[in-house]
Ligand binder design. Structure first.
Ligand code: NAP
Length: 283
């Protein structure tokens, strides 16, 4: 069997078009243009690409973006001062601090300084807590984008066995919560998990976010499973690959996301949806 490809690029374009239509409708109703402030500290090349793509998506969907590109020598206090200013700026609906931050800055302190209703990445513990108690406010972009992909392809996680490989604060943990909210039975795997292959083989829905190229072997996958590969790894030849051994996995899975063109574009589309939501909260 060859799996159906889950086209994140196409779905993300549809979602961005819907955001653009909602922004236009707001303008016609005399409501303010949503505004996203994006902060980049240092010169990490991957982060610079992510920030550029986020700003481009803002432009395409009519969302205003304010850009703050700070040198790697920026102190934590300077960064916190900027976040405070943006918190109290009524024009700004959403604040995004691109991770990772330079080592001398405690990213958790910075993320907790962003007001929860401007926290369009959904990383503030308040927003994480709201997800835990089934009252989401701002939902982390990548896991929410994965849920949108599943929904778009008619996959209802209810009653299914979902396995999440990776348990980071930005991918695996909130992904497990999202799947739990959708009534899946969820297993979360991490670096201390024993018999990973056996866990993976149980999955009707498999979501992988580890950061190791081709880490999950195609032969581990349950025939017909839905495979969502969050990993983005740059290889020596400059090409990108995911965390799942795609060529073998696609012969066993029922549906699978490619890398690139799967989850990545959905993260950006979801960020703009969250920014629109933040603007609606400000109205
Ligand atoms: P991270 O913070 O490094 O977390 C990696 C997770 O993988 C950790 O929970 C870790 O377990 C687990 N892990 C590491 N080795 C493992 C092993 N041998 N067996 C099982 N689990 C193992 O990474 P991240 O920020 O979550 O990112 C993961 C990947 O997703 C990266 O490729 C990143 O580029 C990509 N990403 C993509 C998007 C997107 O929009 N598509 C967004 C964010 C991230 P422990 O908890 O035990 O350490």
């Amino acid at each position: 069997m060859t799996a159906q490809l889950i086209n994140g690029k196409e779905i993300s374009q549809q979602r961005l078009a819907a955001v653009a239509a909602a922004v236009e409708k707001r303008a016609a109703a005399g409501l303010h243009t949503p505004c996203l402030a994006v902060i980049l500290v240092g010169d990490n090349p991957a982060s610079a690409v992510y920030v550029r793509n986020k700003k481009l998506a803002c432009q395409k969907s009519g969302i205003e973006s304010l850009s703050y590109e700070l040198p790697a020598s920026t102190t934590q206090d300077e960064l916190l001062k900027l976040v405070d200013e943006l918190n109290s700026n009524p024009k700004v609906d959403g604040i995004l601090v691109q991770l990772p931050l330079p080592e001398h800055i405690d990213s958790q302190v910075v993320l907790e300084t962003i007001l929860p209703h401007k926290d369009v990445d959904g990383f503030h513990p308040y927003n994480v807590g709201r997800l835990v108690v089934k009252m989401p406010l701002m939902r982390p972009c990548t896991p929410k984008g994965v849920m949108t992909l599943l929904e778009s392809y008619g996959v209802d996680p209810k009653g299914k066995k979902a396995v999440v490989v990776g348990a980071s604060n930005i991918v695996g943990r909130p992904q497990a919560l999202e799947l739990l909210l959708s009534r899946a039975t969820v297993t979360v795997c991490h670096s201390a998990t024993q018999n990973l292959a056996e866990e993976v083989a149980q999955a009707d829905i498999l979501v992988v976010g580890v950061g190791i190229p081709n880490f999950v072997k195609g032969e581990w996958i349950k025939p017909g499973a839905i495979v969502i590969d969050v990993g983005i790894n740059r290889l020596a030849d400059g090409s990108l690959c995911g965390d799942v051994e795609f060529d073998v996995a696609k012969e066993r899975a029922g549906m699978i996301t490619p890398v690139p063109g799967g989850v990545g574009p959905m993260t950006i589309a979801t960020l703009l949806e969250n920014t629109l939501h933040a603007a609606e909260l400000h109205d």
